[in-house]
Design a protein around this ligand. Structure first.
Ligand code: FAD
Ligand code: SF4
Length: 501
């Protein structure tokens, strides 16, 4: 009797529970063409390939027949064709990949391979595609808060009957304090590299020498066991303060109380249910306050599921969104990290060194700057997809196009996350040691975020002035003297043509 071929890629470490071991050949393939069009961070590549190699070992130890193709220049079709010749393959099953383009490519194989093809939905999410579509049906705008309440009721996390635990759905107002010097944070756990990871490090250096990022000190978890240790560490030490420091930014503190769990969730080393169960238990045990647990669970059952649902709902048109019609090139310093702006340098150097920056750094420094500067959405999207260990298109694209660039015109966010230097100064300790003056709008040492912010409003007046949440900012702009406006716009023009930032 013929066998079925199950194809696994590094972004979906699928556990084949319902398949028959005797009738299934599992193919784990590291195909270079899928990782070469974008200069993915070397640490991200090591995480993906090492987790896949460990996953294959685990499957073998459980009695599965696994064929492993290490980094190859061959096309995936060639690898599959070889396997079909070696084994009597009569059908193929594919675990859902993390991008629309790859899913389309897989669908197109049906004809080319002349094999019946089954695409398995990723079970590492709480909601299926169909369930999300049902939620979205008939809505003009997709607001997170509506989705989040729907998910709270559906999952029963932090619920007492039909009412939210503690009496409120959302404790955001009690969270999000600015950074204070003297705060101390527990460092996330560091995992030693074993022989498998060391071999992957060599392979990545060899095959992707020009890719972005520093490979030194790779210490991500690459097995389920270690990812669980990272989760337990977060729940015990950082979760209690999670909400309070969620929006803070501090020099020399890349992680603060963030969980650093997204790289593991996104490849399937951790499941969202497992993560939320652990947070809920910490609340029930009385060790963690409601505002911290609610803030964290919202990120997982709210933001993560919502972003994933929107990606599959809105693709492929979403990829070409460009509401502000911007076309500027991404400044070179996003890659080199060489800039005099302390806030940007902090975010960029830790991105280069750790393949990680926390949410507010992504949103309010690097994302905010790109939007104010008028970078083409496609260019900033490709940068984000390359540089973070957790970046897979289904999660990166809506966060960049919708949330940080407002390039979808407000499908996802109710207003652009645009801010001047004052916001960064309030939430961080960056400005005290910056070459630029955060309180100045004009002049050679004025904080670039200031003039670029007003220039952004001015350029997009027609598109934004009727947005209720932007009225206050526009009123301030209209109240400036003409001469002041001209000086601000001149400074913004100089910064963009080209300037020593
Ligand atoms: P924590 O702050 O500890 O949050 C807990 C978890 O909640 C995260 O691990 C993540 O799984 C989930 N989460 C929180 N916010 C979001 C969100 N907006 N979307 C989806 N999940 C969320 N996240 C990615 O996983 N991959 C990306 O490529 C990515 N790109 C982003 C780009 C931009 C411009 C912005 C503004 C955000 C992006 N995010 C992305 C969302 C968020 O910044 C990261 O999930 C988070 O910083 C990961 O770090 P953490 O695990 O320490 O998160
Ligand atoms: Fe960033 Fe401006 Fe503050 Fe410098 S002064 S750190 S550029 S916000």
């Amino acid at each position: 009797m013929g066998k079925q071929l199950l194809l696994l890629s590094g972004d979906h470490l699928f556990l084949p529970q319902d398949l028959n071991k005797q009738e299934t050949i599992i193919l784990c393939a590291e195909v270079k063409e899928f990782y070469s069009d974008i200069p993915h961070h070397k640490k991200k590549l090591v995480l993906i390939f090492s987790a896949l190699r460990h996953h294959a070992e685990m499957l073998r130890s459980q009695g599965w027949q696994v064929e492993y193709q290490k980094l190859t220049d061959d096309k995936l079709e060639q690898v599959i064709a070889r396997l079909c010749q070696m084994h009597d393959i009569e059908s193929m099953t594919v675990a859902e990949p993390g991008s629309y383009a790859l899913k389309q490519m897989i669908a197109a194989w049906t004809d080319a391979l002349a094999l019946p093809l089954q695409l398995l939905e990723n079970e590492d999410f709480l909601l299926s595609h169909q369930e999300f579509e049902n939620w979205a049906q008939g809505r003009k705008l997709y607001r997170l808060e509506d989705f989040y309440r729907f998910m709270r009721k559906r999952t029963c996390y932090l619920m007492e009957g039909s009412r939210p635990s503690g009496g409120r759905w959302n404790y955001d107002k009690d969270n999000r304090n600015p950074a204070k010097t003297g705060m101390s944070f527990t460092k996330p756990p560091s995992f030693e590299t074993d022989a498998i990871t060391q071999a992957v490090i060599k392979d990545v250096e060899h095959h992707f020498p020009a890719h972005f990022g520093n490979l030194e000190g790779f210490d991500f978890a690459v097995t389920r066991k270690d990812a669980q240790k990272a989760l337990a560490h977060f729940i015990d030490t950082q979760l209690p303060c999670f909400g309070a420091t969620q929006d803070a930014m501090l020099q020399g503190e890349p992680v603060l109380n963030h969980s650093l769990l997204s790289p593991y969730l996104n490849v399937g080393l951790l499941a969202p249910k497992q993560v939320c169960d652990a947070a809920q238990q910490a609340y029930e045990a009385g060790t963690t306050p409601i505002e911290a647990v609610e803030g964290f669970i919202r990120q997982i059952i709210g933001w993560r599921e919502y972003i994933r649902g929107l990606y599959w709902l809105l693709m492929p048109e979403y990829l070409n969104s460009n509401f502000f019609d911007t076309h500027r090139d991404l400044p070179e310093f996003y890659w080199t990290t060489e800039t005099k702006m302390t806030c940007m340098r902090e975010a960029l150097t830790q991105t280069r060194d750790r393949a990680y920056a926390h949410h507010i750094q992504r949103l309010m420094t690097t994302g905010n700057f790109a939007m104010l500067y008028g970078v083409a959405p496609d260019q900033i999207h490709k940068w984000y997809l390359a540089v973070y260990a957790d970046a897979h298109e289904w999660v990166e694209l809506p966060n960049v196009i919708g949330m940080s660039q407002f390039a979808d015109g407000g499908l996802l966010a109710s207003k652009p996350y645009a801010a001047s230097g004052a916001y960064i100064n309030r939430m961080s300790d960056y400005c005290t040691s910056c070459a630029f003056d955060v309180s100045a709008k004009t002049g050679d040492n004025a904080c670039p975020f200031n003039s670029l912010y007003w220039d952004f409003l001015h350029r997009n007046e027609d598109k934004l002035k009727d947005n209720m949440r932007m009225k206050f900012s526009f009123r301030n702009w209209y109240n400036f003297e003409e001469e002041k406006k001209e000086n601000i716009l001149r400074r913004a023009y100089e910064l963009k043509n080209p300037h020593n930032l």
